[in-house]
Design a binder for this molecule. Structure first.
Ligand SMILES: [Zn+2]
Ligand SMILES: [Zn+2]
Length: 312
């Protein structure tokens, strides 16, 4: 049996004809039986695709033949085509939706005016030399940090990347404007943009981690400044850097350590993903996000002895 793999990659580079890149990429992926998601804009490309290992290698080779992508880095991850429902290749205003397509500036070397890139070891060096002055600033959605984050990191109150601009303009973080701020996210792409938005708004010393949490975790496992599990956007939903990880997440009902997000029972109206332990999720009465309407719905199902996972 062929072994599958998942590729994660992005490049910030000017693309004058994103539509042409879209057509080429879709055809390339289809010819190699890759599935996943690719977003393309005039600022670059952001993709996650899965497939057979040899097809992934062929994909890298062919994609790098395009001059704008010839230095693009690809991260390999466990998984395969089966981790994605289909292939989706789209042109958008932004490859990450911050709601600032006209503010972002890119050239052949990437984002213009972004934070200073730090390699994982340089992150540790910065903390060793500057101590408590250094602030980690989570560049992900707040929910992702529930199962893991950098030590003592600030987790902004954002549901999606769209909320970041209002959040950093709110004044809540003005005391960080003169401090060394290390932004971080899963693979680094969100911080390429976030760090530039922060610098534009008066944050004077902003850093970003090369390759994000993924690369930092690969290098330091659970022995560095990262604590807990990493939320990932595929079927796995979380990953760890070794078995000795810190149990950061807890079931919202019984407080049992867990790193698994589940859907609330009220799926038609409530899109909430919440941390639930296997027992509380298995029990209809506790398969909810704790909002009143959802808790009531769960109680009704329980009273009638109906389990929508089984009876639907
Ligand atoms: Zn529980
Ligand atoms: Zn709910």
């Amino acid at each position: 049996m062929a072994t599958g793999k998942i590729l994660l990659y992005y490049a910030f580079t000017p693309l004058s004809d994103p539509k042409a890149v879209q057509l080429w990429q879709r055809e390339l992926c289809e010819s190699l039986n890759l599935r996943g998601r690719i977003l393309i804009s005039t600022h670059g490309i952001n993709g996650t695709v899965g497939g057979d290992i040899d097809d992934c290698k062929a994909y890298i080779k062919r994609t790098r033949e395009y001059p704008a992508f010839n230095r693009m880095q690809f991260k390999w991850s466990e998984g395969g085509a089966e981790d994605f429902p289909k292939l989706s290749v789209k042109v958008r205003d932004e490859i990450v939706a911050f709601g600032a397509p006209n503010e972002l500036k890119v050239d052949e070397n990437g984002v213009v005016g972004g934070g200073v890139h730090l390699k994982p070891a340089q992150v540790n060096e910065l903390v060793e030399s500057r101590g408590d002055e250094v602030v980690f600033f989570d560049g992900r959605n707040a929910m992702e940090a529930q199962i893991g984050k950098f030590k003592d990191a600030i987790v902004p109150d954002v549901e999606t990347t769209h909320d970041f601009i209002a959040e950093i303009e709110s004044g809540k973080y003005d005391d960080l404007k003169d401090k060394p701020v290390v932004t971080y996210c899963t693979g680094g792409i969100r911080c390429e943009i976030l760090s530039s938005l922060m610098i534009n708004r008066g944050f004077k010393e902003v850093y970003q981690i090369d390759g994000g949490i993924v690369r930092y975790g690969e290098q330091f496992g659970n022995k560095g400044l990262w604590e807990g599990s990493l939320y990932v956007f595929d079927k796995r939903m979380h990953m760890e850097f070794g078995e000795d990880y810190k149990r950061v997440g807890h079931c919202i009902h019984c407080d049992t350590p867990t790193n698994k997000f589940e859907h609330c029972i009220n799926e038609d109206e409530c899109r909430e993903l919440v941390l639930m332990c296997p027992d509380c999720y298995a029990n209809v009465a506790t398969r909810h996000c704790k909002r009143e309407a959802c808790a009531e719905m769960a109680a009704d199902f329980a009273e009638q002895g109906i389990d929508p996972l089984i009876n639907s």
